[in-house]
Design a protein around this ligand. Structure first.
Ligand code: NI
Ligand code: MN
Length: 226
């Protein structure tokens, strides 16, 4: 799989021949000013919850790419009410087999409303399982015990975890989360974008390192192969 970082919690994951874009927030992110979102291509846009720092570019990028929007019922209904019809609504506990592989929606402990105040349903995380690799995209969440279910029943190659604190779990809890999910390869997200979520990169990496895990903090615009 090939991963490109567009800042905050927005990643493009190319896996099993498809392009999956997560939580598009680019045009309003000053740290992503080097990204030309007009060049982004996607087959699917997966949205963990409704907050603007995850949906600000959802409608424009859906229209630009023609991607299928995958999210909960409420967010998919909102997208359709804005005139974009290509959606696949899901909800926590359910999975669906797409062309690239399996998507399962899992619990996230957070809140969810859309930028115009519309109710955004429950926030979610995603488990993606394909012949090309498996990963967990946690969305915005606190540390929670349901993560142990992922560790007990799944073997994820890597996990995208929020580490910025204040709005989500911070570094210490993310280290515990990586134990719960039994995954040693973590890509950090939801940090540095706002003053309240600025982190010390060296300290964060050291904490994961001492737990025997690898934390990757990607540069905005960087692509890596896994
Ligand atoms: Ni949020
Ligand atoms: Mn957020």
């Amino acid at each position: 799989m090939r991963i490109t970082y567009y800042g905050h919690s927005c990643f493009l994951v190319e896996i099993n021949g498809k392009k999956l874009l997560f939580d598009p927030f680019i045009s309003q992110n000053p740290l992503a000013s080097n990204i030309d979102s007009g060049k982004i291509e996607a087959d699917f846009i997966l949205v963990s919850h409704g907050h603007a720092d995850h949906t600000a570019d959802l409608l424009s990028l859906a229209n630009q790419t023609g991607a299928t929007v995958v999210s909960n019922w409420e967010i998919c209904s909102w997208v359709q009410s804005k005139g974009y019809k290509k959606v696949h609504p899901m909800n926590i506990g359910g999975h669906w087999i797409f062309e690239f592989g399996k998507v399962k929606c899992v619990n996230a402990v957070h809140s969810s409303s859309l930028p115009d105040g519309t109710y955004g349903g429950n926030p979610m995380g995603f488990l993606i399982e394909t012949p090309d690799g498996k990963f967990y995209y946690a969305g915005d969440t606190a540390l929670h015990l349901d993560m142990k279910l992922i560790g007990d029943y799944k073997k994820m190659d890597l996990a995208f975890l929020p580490i910025g604190n204040n709005f989500t779990m911070g570094i210490d809890n993310a280290v515990i989360a990586s134990d719960f999910i039994r995954c040693d390869r973590i890509i950090g997200m939801h940090y540095d974008t706002f003053d309240m979520i600025k982190i010390d990169h060296d300290e964060a990496k050291k904490k994961f390192d001492s737990a025997g895990k690898q934390l990757t903090l990607m540069l905005v615009g960087q692509t890596l192969e896994h």
